[in-house]
Design a protein around this ligand. Structure first.
Ligand code: XUL
Ligand code: CO
Length: 439
């Protein structure tokens, strides 16, 4: 007896299938860009949204049953794990991601919490062996409890910092034990509301201290995966220190941590920062820090992190183009940091949401592969920058000219006459053609 007995194993049936409980574009073993789709996409289930979040919002109580028939906190955790592995099996999802408090009850003290975590780690480890599912990344929730109201690594209170360290140590231990290939630091409340009460310099130095201790600890315990920072602006604090990829990269470089961390880019966080998803991915990639992805989407009419399942194929295509350009995933993958809407309260809705998200990224991957194979986009861009391959452009790059040489050059030239159109509309039309093909 499972929790989702009425739901079949989800199979690829092709675009013309009218069965909603089937993949229409995601064909796990089909080769795209030299690898099976399952390896290119590396889908992961988010434990928190899928097994814990019940649709509670500021205006009302939960609408979704995430207790799976249990009342005792440990039993709820066990059933959540069983339901999670059943869901991954039915959806053919290979990976999952979790926060410490997603998998075990917090109890009355941090030591009780850690004992509960030990029990649940054993349980999850067994399920992983039974089902051959893998841990993409683990993390610690250092933002929900009142002790973190002013931040964790950036708290004015050193005890809060110490508790965060304790949680991170334990979450790293569990991640290593479960063979996780990644560990995520999302800033949570690492930011501030008003400078009137904030020592920003100390807070940022302390955040770097915590990250540095965590990296030293993970590597000393034999962690082989990647450590990721997940940028996000605005939410929950007004000024988040990890606002976007560029801010995080600047921060890591300031503290000499850039070799130890990569980025976990989330679509909805990108749009909250006023960037496209692809912009954030490209920023990570060109700085050698592309790591993993939280796949979801926001609502452009709302100003908060709605964490919707991704259905925007255009954005997914441009995302997968960045992933392919980065050489594909190594330790990272596509974690659906996404939840069904409060009104989509049934278990069926969760399955249908994952199917929609997986099909969206399957389409995105196929289109990205097509864009690269077609070559017209790349040729346009390389032609656009061709003035840097010879003449004065090549001299600038080679460091052969000084500012005054360029002044002489400009005098000689008289005017810039070789400038060309940016061709944006032409390229947008090309993209459309590549997406929809000949009709
Ligand atoms: C919050 C968020 C987190 C991180 C992990 O917006 O995205 O769930 O992914 O803590
Ligand atoms: Co996330």
């Amino acid at each position: 007896m499972g929790y989702f007995d009425h739901i079949p194993n989800i199979k690829y049936e092709g675009a013309s299938s009218q069965n909603p409980f089937a993949f229409h574009y995601y064909d796990a073993d089909a080769l795209i860009a030299g690898k099976p789709m399952r390896e290119q996409l590396k889908f992961a289930m988010s434990y928190w949204h899928t097994l814990c979040a019940d649709g509670t919002d500021m205006f009302g109580v939960g609408t979704q049953d995430k207790f799976f028939g249990a009342t005792d906190p440990m039993e709820i955790s066990r059933r959540r794990a069983e339901a999670g592995f059943e869901l991954m099996e039915k959806l053919d999802i290979d990976y999952f991601c979790f926060h410490d408090r997603d998998i075990a009850p917090e109890g009355n003290s941090i030591s009780e919490f850690h004992k509960n975590l030990d029990i649940m780690t054993d349980f999850i480890e067994e399920k992983m062996h039974e089902t051959n599912k893998k841990l993409l990344w683990g993390t610690a929730n250092c933002f929900s409890r009142p002790r973190y109201m002013h931040g964790a690594g950036t708290s004015p209170n050193a005890d809060s910092f110490a508790f965060a360290a304790a949680q991170i140590k334990k979450a790293i231990d569990i991640t290593i034990r479960l063979g996780g290939t990644g560990y995520v630091f999302w800033g949570g409340r690492e930011g501030y509301e008003t400078l009137l009460n904030t020592n920003m310099a100390l807070e940022q130095d302390n955040m770097a201290r915590l990250l540095s201790m965590a990296a030293d600890y993970a590597y000393s315990k034999g962690f082989q995966g990647d450590l990721y920072i997940e940028p996000k602006p605005k939410e929950p604090t007004k000024h988040q220190y990890d606002f976007d990829a560029a801010a995080v990269i600047g921060f890591l470089r300031k503290y000499g941590l850039e070799k130890q961390f990569k980025l976990n880019i989330e679509a909805n966080h990108a749009t909250l920062a006023g960037h496209t998803f692809a912009h954030e991915l490209c920023t990570a990639r060109i700085n050698g820090m592309f790591g993993s992805i939280d796949a979801n989407q926001g609502d452009m009419l709302l100003g908060w992190d709605t964490d919707q399942f991704p259905t925007n194929v255009y954005d997914a295509a441009l995302c997968m183009l960045e992933v392919l350009r980065a050489g594909g995933f190594t330790n990272g993958g596509l974690n659906f940091d996404a939840k069904t809407r409060r009104g989509s309260f049934t278990h069926d809705d969760i399955f249908l949401a994952y199917i929609a998200g997986m099909d969206t990224f399957a389409l995105g991957l196929k289109i990205a592969d097509r864009i690269i194979k077609d070559g017209r986009l790349d040729r346009f861009v390389s032609e656009r920058y061709s003035s840097w391959s010879n003449g004065i452009g090549a001299d600038i790059i080679a460091g052969k000219v000084k500012l005054e040489d360029l002044c002489d050059y400009a005098y000689r030239l008289g005017e810039v006459t070789s400038i060309a159109s940016g061709g944006q509309e032409r390229l947008e039309a090309l993209l459309q053609q590549l997406m929809f093909g000949a009709q």
